[in-house]
Design a binder for this molecule. Sequence first.
Ligand code: XMP
Length: 520
Amino acid sequence: MDTILVFDFGSQLAHLIARRVRDLGVFSEIVPYSINREQLDHFHPKGIIFSGGPSSVYENDAPLPSADVWEYIKEHHIPLLGLCYGHHLIAQQYGGIVESREEKEFGKAILNLSRRDFIFSKLNDEETVWMSHGDQVIQLPPGFKTFGSTETCPIAAMGNSDEKIYSFQFHAEVHHTMHGEQMFKNFLFQICQAVPSWKLGDWIDQSIEKIRSTVKNKHVILGLSGGVDSSVVAMLLHRAIRDQVHLIFVNNGLLRKNEVEQVCGWFQDKLKFSNFHMVDAEDLFLDRLVDIIDPEEKRKIIGHTFIEVFEQKARQLESNFPNIEFLSQGTIYPDRVESQKGTGGKTSSKIKSHHNLTLPENMALKIIEPLKDLYKDEVRKVGKALGLPEELIHRHPFPGPGLAVRCIGAITRKKLEILREADAIVIEEITKAGLYHQVWQAFAVYLPVKSVGVMGDFRTFENICAVRIVESIDAMTANFAKIDWNVLENISSRIINEVRGFNRVVYDISNKPPSTIEFE
Ligand code: XMP
């Protein structure tokens, strides 16, 4: 399969570049700019795209590919496309000059094309593009020609068609660059001559084949959370190796209303997994959480207990099925890229705890991560193609530590019960109002604060329920959802009337940042 590599120089937009390429049917991978020659050779890239980034190429510690990598690129005549920082990098590497400018340029600009061939085939004389930069190429490298300029940027696009190298000052990957897609098409199909063979249907078939040839007659265990990633892995493994997959679903006592029944209903009854194991560890988790009020402490206890319970079940299964040789995980592509960045020390990142189950050395299970190359929406499409129920595919994200981080202060069974009921009402009401799929998350939070109310003739003194409904694209930022007052009113009056324990409901109107989505 033809692969296009995206070298990441610290751009927020590297993902968008990879998506653009995949959406055109060509497989793409993001790699750190510090990749070495051997790793590069492993990919046999059909083309390389250099992302943008916050650095300046002339700084002392600017991120630069190694001399070996440049040599490899030149030896193999790999076509290059540089965007923003990538544009400066190419200019500098091939002998041009890059300079810092006093005034920064940000936003839409009109690109006047001096050529309408090669990378600019099928484009207009003038194109709207999106700029965000401080530095500029002020002198072309030998052998390069200017392909386009804007009012403030004389070398906004340049290229050396003999060497198949092109670069733009603007960001072709963002939608504000009106015909960015055509530029990518030109690069992929005309310059790199890539074959569009990245199709999810084919991916499923190949992935099933790969699982079969890896696993053979051995068995695999998988921790199932009820979320979309691990559920899709379960479906894929089941399709490939049937009863050789063992699902372990842990009830930690911190799940939502009816969640245990739902997950068991889906996997055991509906999807007919014969090796589905629900471990009821509610008491263990809740006993260990008694009197714990510090959020980090809660998370730590839950994480450790989870591993302990999972391990114990895995060992028990191993004694019945000595053939268990693999542990499967629902790691998806952004998880991998995030953790890669984390280890590079450039960007801070949070790795999902369930994706990093560490089992004792002597169990020596080999890891299989069938979704490691997919984006979330691709995972959802695979889930749909494999017959996963729609309601599971499009469920809101739910944190690993569950309701523990939504039950502020010390956790008790009683509080969890109250919270579960209120949470179910929030979900019911926003579903009824047709908003469930329009928001990122919606849930109730138990606040350990009491306030006075009046019910009939009686004075009440009960706790406060906070309702949190947010809109987001990737959970990195989020805005509180400005939903209809009437829907909020229904939620509030139902919670106060139907849930014993709350006599007041407040709506959280904070955005992320500076707040977070979850309360703890
Ligand atoms: P915050 O609260 O950091 O949440 O704004 C961002 C997103 O991550 C989810 N979240 C978690 N998911 N384990 C998870 O698997 C966790 O410990 C965890 N904490 C928060 C949260 O629900 C939101 O979607």
